[in-house]
Structure formats: C-alpha cells, structure tokens
Design a protein around this ligand. Structure first.
Ligand SMILES: NC(=O)c1ccc[n+]([C@@H]2O[C@H](COP(=O)([O-])OP(=O)(O)OC[C@H]3O[C@@H](n4cnc5c(N)ncnc54)[C@H](O)[C@@H]3O)[C@@H](O)[C@H]2O)c1
Length: 471
C-alpha cells in the first residue's frame, strides 16, 4: 500500500521491509547522502543526476565525494544488495518511486536573484507521475513560500491530484556540512519537517524518524521550515561578518583576535565566530539573498542581513589588498613573484570550490601575469582551468615569493615558518587567511613577512627577532 494511504506506523513498517522505492531528484552531494540514509532504513533508492561521470562512479560502488567518510562503503553495499540504481532518466525515477525527494540546487544569478529553474523542471517531471498515496519531500533550500506557492501548484496541475489529500507534501531542509555530511544527517541533528497539513506532517515525521537518529522537529508549515533553514545561514553570515569586523580592529590595535575570541567564548553567551577571507560554498553566501528579496517584496529592509553580506563580500577584496601590500613591503615586483595558492575549496576538509574566495584570489593573480602554483589535497581539477592541482604543499611552495593560505585543510596545519622559508629559498610573504600557522618563535633562513587574519602582522628575521609592520 502506498505510504500516504497507509497509517504512519504501517508506512514505517513497509519502509523497513523494503516495500518502498525512494526517488532522489538531484543525486549530488546532498542527494546522495539523503539516498544512503533512506537506503540504510530499508528503502530501494533511485538516484537521479545529470552528471554521467558520477553515475559511472556510483555504478562501480564509488562515491564522487571522497571527503565524505563511509559514503563509498555504503554506496557499494547498497549496490551489491541491488538497492541502489543511479540514472539520468528522471521520468523513470518519477514513475518508479513512492517517495519523491527533491534535492536539486537553486542557483543565484549575477543580479543575486534565485534561479528556480531546476526545481521547476523536476517538479514538472514528478507531477507527471505522481500516484495517489505518494509522498513528495522538498529538501533544497528555497526562498520562503516556494513549496506552497510554486512547487505545490505544479505538482497538482501536472498530476490532477490534491496535495495533502491525495499525496503528502513536506518541506524538510538539509542541514549537513560538506566533509561530515553523512554523520550530520544520520546522527548529529534532528530533521526539520514542515507541512501544510497535519496528515502529511504525521506521516513524513514518522518516516524520517525511522531514517535519522536524532528524531524530527515538526513545524507547522512548509513556510516556517523553509524560513528556519535560511535563518541558520543568516545567523552564520552575520556572525562571520561581526568576526571579520572585529578581526580588522584587532589587526589595527595589535592584539590577536583568536586569543581574545577564545577568552570571550569561555562565557556561555559569547559565540564569536572565526574571521576569514570571504564566505564561500553554495549555502551561506546565497541564502541571505533569498530572504532579502522576500523582505523587499514585503516592503521592509533587513539592514543587518544586508550589511553582513556586504562586509563578507568585501573580505576577499581586503585580503587581496593585503597580498599586494605584503609584496610591496618586501620590495618585490608582483609580476615577477612566484605565488603559491594553498587551498582552493571554500573550507578545509572539502573539495567543494563553489563560490570559494580562493577562486577570486586566483583570478586576481592571473590578471597580474605572475607565475602561480595551486595546491589542494582534495580538489582534483579546477573546472575550465589548466592548472596541475598539486597535492603536497611542500612541493607547491618551493621557490615561492608569496604563500597564500586560503583553505584550512588539515595538511596545512603542518606548515612551519622555518621549513617554508627553507623551501622558498628567499625572502617570503605568508598570507595566512585561515590562521593555520602558530610557530612564531621560528628562526627562518630568510626574512618572512607573516600576515594573518585578525592578527598583528610582522617580519620574522633570521635571528628570530620580530618587527611589527602595518598591513
Ligand atoms: N552542499 C551542501 O553542503 C548543502 C547543505 C545544505 C543544503 N544544501 C541544499 O542542497 C542543494 C543541492 O546541493 P548539492 O551540494 O547536492 O548540489 P550538487 O551540485 O552536488 O548536486 C545537485 C544535483 O542536482 C542535479 N541537477 C542540477 N540541475 C538539475 C536540473 N535542472 N534538473 C535535474 N537535475 C539537476 C545535478 O545533476 C546533481 O545531481 C543546494 O542548492 C542547497 O539548497 C546543500
């Protein structure tokens, strides 16, 4: 019996017995994690993606996201048991599935407007094949009101069925972080589920309680659940902006932000975030715009949200200015410098380069016409570029005049000033965008100009003496 025609308890029993097929529309980073979660709960999974290379990898039992621990193992087990197929045939997946999960992206246009085309496309395909009793769960982060005002009418029009009467409809945002996604989803956080009817809410909450360990937080509407996800992102964006602002202040007065932050956060009401060189990834820099646009439609201004976005967007330009100041301070000509850019991903521990500040820095150096080596232990290739992505930072910094650390990968925490100076073989500037370096009593062979984030800048001389400089 289809899930929305059964009682919630019976539906869960059926899920565990493998009666249901779950179609995941958008089997990417997020979709594959969701699919594995439902597969472990007992469902048969049909993952749908446009990425043919990823399909081939999934078919061989390998995950295309190597940074996600145990994902490949689970994929390979589900494949061997015949519980996972991955295809680019969305009609097939729509026809075959009882539970249909939407996990395609929403992009942001140049004008910072949400592009909902992928969501509209898959909603149409799903709508064509909805059967009475099916369940549709939307997991993509969306501008508030999209499930109710855009997706639901498409599903109803294409299927001829009514949401919450003939099929269940829920919005359930994904709360994972790249690099720890499977654990975040399955074990760490409660799942948020919002529906516009009690009947859909009861069913989807029961089903999700059988998938995730931390249970479900039920929300009274799809709108409230959509808004919850966006507020998580805005909270982080605003706090990162605050950290960036205070970090600049610390640089000027000559104290270390990290020292002050650690002490301040020992008090339970202080949650100072880490400053950085700009916020990347497909989530935090994007969600504030969904809310800002909705606020404008309602005739209000969200000043803090807007200001935080501007501060964080300026952070990369500020860092680039520091790179240039550092080069000048060492009396080097930018065009004749060898740059080593360590880290391409937007954060350590992930290969995700979407909206990564490192890419902006790279384009800036390219425009200078200087020589550049790029290094990232997790990124295989930079789309549309011809760089060899070096895995080992030691190889990347040989002969460098300027080392730029743009992601806090675990491997970069091994960097020591003395060794970097030895490998560079000349006066060197280190722009530590992620504050991974901490051995300031080093005795480098040549002069090293160290510029951190929220830390006073200084030149360390071969005799270990430090000279404070303004950057
Ligand atoms: N990546 C994260 O850490 C994260 C965290 C929380 C929420 N999210 C949400 O999940 C969404 C998806 O993120 P992701 O990281 O999985 O993206 P992704 O690029 O890894 O995967 C997207 C999937 O959707 C498919 N797709 C794209 N456009 C399509 C279209 N027009 N029609 C059909 N399929 C299409 C792609 O082929 C791919 O399989 C994000 O936009 C965001 O809303 C992401």
């Amino acid at each position: 019996m289809k899930p929305f025609l059964a009682t919630p308890r019976k539906a869960v029993e059926n899920l565990k017995k493998g009666v249901y097929s779950v179609g995941v529309f958008g089997f990417g980073h997020v979709g594959s994690i969701i699919g594995v979660g439902w597969g472990l709960a007992g469902a048969r999974i049909i993952g749908m993606t446009l990425d043919r290379k990823a399909i081939r990898m999934f078919e061989s039992g390998i995950s295309p996201f190597p940074e996600e621990a145990y994902l490949s193992e689970h994929i390979s087990v589900l494949r061997r048991r015949g519980l996972l197929e991955v295809t680019d045939d969305y009609h097939y997946g729509a026809r075959k599935s009882d539970i249909k999960i939407i996990a395609v992206p929403v992009y942001l246009s140049e004008e910072k407007k949400p592009d909902l085309a992928p969501v509209v496309e898959v909603s149409k395909k799903i709508g064509e094949y909805i059967s009475k009793g099916d369940v549709v769960i939307v997991e993509t982060s969306l501008p508030p009101g999209t499930t109710r005002n855009l997706i639901k009418p498409i599903l109803e029009e294409k299927s001829g069925f009514k949401a919450d009467e003939d099929f269940a409809l829920a919005y359930s945002p994904e709360r994972i972080s790249a690099g720890t996604a499977l654990e975040d989803f399955l074990e760490k956080y409660p799942k948020i589920v919002g529906c516009d009817s009690l009947k859909s809410l009861e069913l989807v909450s029961e089903l999700y309680s059988a998938v995730v360990k931390k249970g479900v937080i039920k929300m009274s509407s799809t709108l409230a659940a959509e808004t919850e996800k966006l507020f998580e992102g805005i909270y982080r964006d605003v706090n990162i902006a605050l950290a960036n602002e205070l970090a600049t202040f610390c640089e000027k007065i000559g104290v270390s932000f990290d020292e002050v932050q650690k002490a301040a956060n020992s008090q339970p009401f202080s949650h100072l975030h880490n400053p950085g060189i700009g916020v990347g990834g497909a989530c935090i820099p994007v969600y504030p715009y969904f809310v800002l646009e909705a606020a404008t439609k309602h005739g209000i201004k969200l000043q803090i949200t807007q200001l935080a976005r501007s501060i964080n967007e300026q952070a990369t330009e500020t860092f680039i200015r520091k790179i240039m100041d550092a080069v000048r301070l060492l009396q080097k000509e930018p065009v004749h410098c060898n740059f080593a850019l360590l880290g391409l991903s937007f954060r350590g521990g992930t290969s995700d380069t979407r909206l990564s500040p490192a890419l902006k820095i790279l384009s800036f150096i390219e425009k200078l016409g200087a020589s550049i080596r790029v290094c990232d232990p997790l990124v295989e290739k930079l789309e549309g570029k011809n760089y060899e992505v070096i895995k080992d930072w030691r190889k990347a910094v040989k002969g460098a005049d300027v080392i730029i650390i743009a992601s806090d990968h675990r491997e970069f925490h091994e960097i020591r000033i003395g060794e970097a100076s030895e490998l560079a073989g000349k006066d060197l500037a280190i722009l530590d965008g992620k504050n991974v370096i901490n051995d300031f009593n080093a005795k480098p062979r040549y002069r090293v100009l160290y510029v951190g984030t929220g830390r006073p800048s200084f030149i360390i001389k071969p005799d270990s003496r430090k000279e404070r400089v303004e950057i």
